[in-house]
Design a protein around this ligand. Structure first.
Ligand code: DGJ
Length: 567
């Protein structure tokens, strides 16, 4: 991230007096210049689309999550240089219960205060991750004084009655302790963060249990034998009544029961924290295979795609259920995005791969109006382990994300706003699909990969292509991306498309036969520019080889404004 010089901040702030809050956001597009009054960030929905409002305007979190053990005074100097290199606007980093409450009822605010201070100095926002009762299905971040009393802060029991490395959602004492600590954490944040450096809080981390589908302790068994709560039946589309869990859900009964129990526990904590400080809250999910995730093959209890409705019904204080996506194959990745982009759930990817091949999926997420995206483990505490012995630059693991953020960072307010308004579409290359079409009323944007100079698109050797297109005016579009060509074609109708009356944008002038007459696209003007202070700034007109086969986007971060007409 290029931090703003004080002169630039001054200019930005002077600009804001005239342009108000949205102007403040635009004057400081990626870095965060703070001061004055800031409303509490919130997530809003309009016409089925969501936005995270920061300073009253849609904001796109370009995040990076630190490694688990990086939020310590002696480690943060290995975190911030990575955030700067990445052009990230938000650091996601944990708050550890074991550090925050070293003795029962004694709270240590020092790490919260330190991370806030450092984030402000680096003009970055924060998402704080409450590593409380659950961390990856275990209770490893419970303070020592709790770990020493496993009979009070009890674990899940498996079918054989053995204790599992996972906290029981029926451990009332742990619930009360977590609620008290989390509330204290939120209360402190409210007191010290009038600047709203913190945008969201993650409640727990990858809740649920590995190694047992649910708790089989006597207390749990009793509840499992009883009737399914009415709200769960309703959420899962089952008839009202007094069916038992097994009768209602068959083979899915155990995982549904565990999801209900965990969601209920988390809700109590989240609701208590939200009551003191209403920041947006989310819960992250360790995923199941979106195509064949049978019970027993994944961490049960968290908001996996099969139990999202249970979580929504049981945990209304949680604003977003968010997938941690580590699935490398395209079909699974895209399926997960689709499953978490719901009418009742904004899409937010709080953890994902930062690899070269996965970088394009950020655009797939933007295509589903994601409010944020954040690859995991992007700090310099990480050990470099080159796989094949060839030299690897110290920044190689950051580069794919840095490329995305360098392009999108300066325009992120526009991207977030246009997406919220339903004017933006984005896409990523899929193996075996050389062209993709985005529909915008009278125009289609045709994105093609691996073609050019009259040649048919055949896909890139490695599928790295990605593009976003936003409609600015009826005949004007904003285009950005990497490794693809974008062209525009008079849309015609679905029937005309089917009848072959449309000529694609790959190697030919895109045309459509409309009402018996051929209509051809012509570029009126293709302007290449940069985003400065949140606004498009003209650089040059692209023409000739640069546009004869569509607008080419390569390895450089390029933003283009395209005006089209027909002849
Ligand atoms: C998912 C967890 O949520 C993170 O905290 C971290 O443990 C990663 N997995 C590990 O790669």
């Amino acid at each position: 991230m290029k931090t703003l010089s004080s002169l630039k901040i001054l200019v930005a702030l002077i600009g804001c007096v005239a342009c108000g809050l949205v102007g403040l956001a635009q004057a400081s597009p990626n870095a965060v210049a703070r001061g004055g009054e800031h409303p509490v960030p919130r997530i809003v929905e309009r016409d089925g689309r969501f936005a995270l409002l920061v300073d009253g305007a849609p904001y796109l979190m370009l995040g990076a999550q630190s490694n688990n053990s990086s939020d310590w005074p002696g480690t943060l100097d290995k975190v911030w240089p990575a955030i700067e290199y990445l052009h990230a606007n938000t650091l996601e980093t944990p708050i550890y219960w074991e550090q925050f409450e070293p003795e029962p009822g004694r709270f240590d605010y020092s790490q919260i205060d330190l991370i806030l201070k450092q984030a402000r100095a680096h003009h970055a926002h924060l998402v704080l991750l409450w590593f409380g009762t659950w961390k990856n299905g275990s209770q490893h971040y419970m303070p020592e004084w709790m770990k020493l009393k496993p009979e009070i802060y009890t674990h899940v029991r498996n079918k054989e009655g053995e204790l599992v490395d996972s906290p029981s959602p029926f451990a009332q004492a742990a619930l009360e302790a977590d609620k008290r600590a989390f509330t204290e954490f939120m209360k402190h944040l409210k007191e010290v963060d009038a600047e709203r450096t913190v945008l969201m809080v993650q409640v727990e981390n990858e809740t649920g249990t590995w190694g047992a589908e649910r708790d089989y302790s006597p207390e749990a068994e009793k509840l499992f034998a009883g009737p399914v709560p009415a709200e769960v039946l309703k959420a899962m589309g089952k008839a009202a009544g007094s069916a038992s869990w097994r009768d209602a859900f068959g083979a899915e009964a155990d995982v549904n029961f565990h999801a209900w129990a965990v969601a209920k526990y988390v809700e109590e904590i989240a609701a208590a924290g939200k009551a003191v400080y209403p920041l947006p809250l989310y819960v992250n999910a360790a995923l199941r295979d979106p195509f064949k995730g049978a019970p027993g093959t994944y961490e049960s209890g968290g908001p996996t795609d099969n139990v999202l409705a249970i979580w929504k019904a049981e945990a209304p204080a949680i604003d977003v259920l968010a997938p941690d996506i580590y699935l490398p194959d395209t079909a699974s990745y895209l399926k997960v995005l689709e499953l978490y982009h719901r009418a009742d759930n904004a899409l937010f990817v709080p953890e994902t791969l930062g690899s070269k091949s996965a970088a394009r999926f950020m655009f797939s997420a933007l295509g589903l109006q994601a409010i944020g995206y954040s690859p995991f483990g992007l700090d310099y505490t990480r050990t470099l382990r080159p796989q094949s012995g060839e030299p690897v630059s110290k920044d190689a693991f950051l580069d794919p994300t840095a490329e995305n953020y360098e392009l999108i960072g300066p325009m992120m307010r526009d991207v977030a706003r246009l997406n919220f308004e339903g004017k933006l579409q984005a896409t990523a290359e899929v193996e075996g699909e050389a062209t993709q079409t985005l529909h915008f009323g009278d125009w289609d944007a045709v994105v093609s990969y691996g073609g050019g100079r009259g040649g048919m698109a055949k896909g890139n050797a490695e599928p790295l292509g990605r593009a976003l297109v936003a409609q600015l005016k009826e005949n004007q579009f904003l285009v950005a991306g990497y490794f693809c060509r974008v062209d525009f074609r008079p849309a015609g109708t679905e029937a005309q498309r089917k009848a072959g009356h449309i000529v694609n944008g790959s190697g030919q002038i895109p045309s459509a036969q409309i009402d018996g007459k051929w209509v051809h696209r012509q570029f009126l003007k293709v302007e290449e520019g940069t985003y400065e202070n949140g606004a498009f700034k003209f650089g040059r007109i692209l023409n000739g080889d640069q546009t004869d086969w569509g607008v080419g986007l390569g390895a450089e971060p390029v933003v283009v404004r395209v005006s089209v007409g027909t002849y």
